[in-house]
Write a protein that binds this ligand. Structure first.
Ligand code: GUN
Length: 279
């Protein structure tokens, strides 16, 4: 029987710590404010943005909401970012991705001041992470580290295998595990003998975007398995990149979907926002 890593409970603990700290800061007259920008009407993005604003409210963080039509021009969006960069009362700026076709995502993310880049997507923050300097770290991989640490799972000296090399998850995940003194391997779609590599893992982090792709045949007995994927199945239920029913019996610890990594992303966004105020 694997230890079930309870992302809901751990994210709640993180948010409660943030709430307590924002209350202390508020008593000293220091406030925290996140600007959230959503372009277009993508239903999944609308849900994410709603949840981010809800978490802000819970944590005592003010949120400013900019919901722009899908035909918003890149120039207009860049103008808004410039305005928010200049505002002293705004501590963090988040542009929900994906952006509508025709808007250059890189240009938009690069326009956000690195000091307000609470998503940790700006090249300056990505660079800082890779050389071990303090900066904003992408929320999902930062959340995975918190899940491991707060579940009492040692990373130092462990064989860590990350499946997926995205800029948002796989790459920063590998940097963070390395920072924690793990021995890190990154696998991707061109990896040969994927199973051979994943079976070496003491800690296996899966972020490939393919429902139930990793079954027990990819996992060493006793491994810790972290599932970053989230997919809606035909029956309406959610599942991850890991075939939970197959892997759970042989893992020593595993994150469920939902209720594993997912809730940590927003908690770490709140953490980053607080860090931008509480320097
Ligand atoms: N879209 C999917 N995940 C994310 C995220 O972590 N941040 C932003 N801004 N957009 C996303």
């Amino acid at each position: 029987m694997a230890q079930i890593i309870d992302g809901k409970a751990i994210s709640q603990a993180v948010k409660d710590e943030i709430k307590a700290r924002t209350a202390e800061l508020s008593a000293k007259g220091i406030s925290a404010c996140l600007a959230v920008i959503l372009v277009g009407e993508d239903p999944a993005s609308q849900v994410y943005v709603k949840n981010k604003k809800k978490a802000c409210e819970y944590c005592g963080i003010k949120s400013l909401s900019y919901e722009l039509p899908a035909d918003t021009t890149e120039e207009k969006l860049l103008e808004l970012i410039e305005e928010l960069n200049a505002r002293e009362d705004v501590n963090g700026i988040l542009v929900q991705l994906p952006l509508p076709a025709g808007i250059d995502e890189d240009r938009v993310l690069d326009a956000i001041s690195p000091d307000k880049d609470v998503d940790g997507f700006h090249p300056v923050n990505v660079g800082k992470l890779s050389i071990g300097k303090k900066g904003f770290v992408s929320c999902t991989p930062a959340g995975v580290i918190q899940l491991l640490k707060r579940s009492g799972i040692e990373i130092s000296g462990k064989e860590c295998v990350v499946v997926g090399r995205s800029n948002i998850v796989g790459k920063p995940m590998s940097m963070l595990l390395l920072k924690e003194n793990g021995t890190v391997t990154v696998c991707h779609s061109r990896t040969k003998n994927l199973k051979e590599v994943t079976k070496r893992a003491d800690i296996l982090v899966v972020a490939i975007g393919k429902p139930k792709f990793i079954d027990a045949s990819y996992v060493r007995e006793g491994a810790v398995v972290i599932d970053v994927g989230i997919h809606r199945q035909e029956d309406g239920k959610l599942c991850g990149d890991v075939d939970y029913a197959s892997v759970e019996p042989i893992a020593s610890a595993i994150t469920p979907v939902p209720g594993g990594v997912g809730p940590m992303t927003i908690a770490m966004l709140m953490y980053n926002l607080l860090a931008s105020v509480d320097a």
